[in-house]
Design a protein around this ligand. Structure first.
Ligand SMILES: Nc1ncnc2c1ncn2[C@@H]1O[C@H](COP(=O)(O)OP(=O)(O)O)[C@@H](O)[C@H]1O
Ligand SMILES: [Mg+2]
Length: 216
């Protein structure tokens, strides 16, 4: 049985976590088997790598180290979590994946895109998303949303990536849009500045289309 691999991409505060949960609950209510996972992370080893990547004290991390650590976490995640779940026919919902590498390390940091594509290919070893939902939002609004979330939850300070300058986040957003336009088959741009039910309806529309095309 073939599973379905759906990735949620887009800037911080675009609603990935919120929408993953809403989609997962909707699909679960129709009897589907759902696996929720995230990058960097999704396995014990990859969660350890996540801590290094997001630790605000690691400001001295050079760009290539960052790119290689994301790739290392991904390789482990694919083999330990994603590939086995897909083999069992499950629907895997993943918060960030290969497009985030291109958007952040490529468009954000300026690392060569072709090099990053090769690195991604090595990390995923043949596993590619069936559909990637690119949640598009003005980065100022995204940052405003996560600041509000922090006040509400009295959560800690910003992580290492969130601390980047607004221009970095603008390049990341443009990067996501560029990727989506170059791979229109796999990627779907979702307007993320709507209320959460409207965003969910758009996402469900896309996923239903994909499910219907797999089981006509
Ligand atoms: N459509 C929306 N409109 C307004 N606020 C939203 C919307 N979707 C999510 N939020 C809120 O914005 C914050 C960031 O959402 P989240 O899902 O954590 O984004 P991400 O995972 O992409 O960083 C949360 O506090 C969430 O409740
Ligand atoms: Mg999130």
């Amino acid at each position: 049985m073939k599973g379905l691999f759906i990735t949620f991409e887009g800037p911080d505060g675009s609603g990935k976590t919120t929408q993953m949960k809403m989609l997962g609950e909707m699909l679960q209510s129709t009897g589907k088997d759902i696996v929720y996972t995230r990058e960097p992370g999704g396995t014990a080893i990859s969660e350890e790598i996540r801590k290094i990547l997001l630790n605000p004290s690691n400001l001295g991390m050079v760009d290539r180290t960052e790119a290689l650590l994301y790739a290392a976490a991904r390789a482990q995640h694919v083999e330990e979590t994603i590939r086995p779940a897909l083999k069992e026919g499950k629907i895997v919902l993943c918060d960030r994946f290969t497009d985030s590498t291109l958007a952040y390390q490529g468009f954000g940091r300026g690392i060569d895109i072709d090099f990053l594509k090769q690195l991604n290919n090595m990390a995923v070893a043949g596993i590619t998303p069936d559909v990637s939902l690119i949640l598009d939002i003005n980065p100022e609004l995204g940052i405003e949303r996560i600041s509000e979330k922090r006040v509400l939850s009295s959560g800690g300070g910003k992580d290492r990536i969130e601390l980047e300058h607004i221009n970095f986040h603008r390049r990341v957003r443009d990067g996501f849009l560029h990727i989506a336009r170059t791979e229109p088959g796999r990627c779907r741009i979702i307007k993320a500045d709507q209320d959460r039910n409207a965003v969910h309806a758009d996402i469900f529309g896309v996923v239903k289309e994909v499910l219907d095309s797999e089981n006509p």
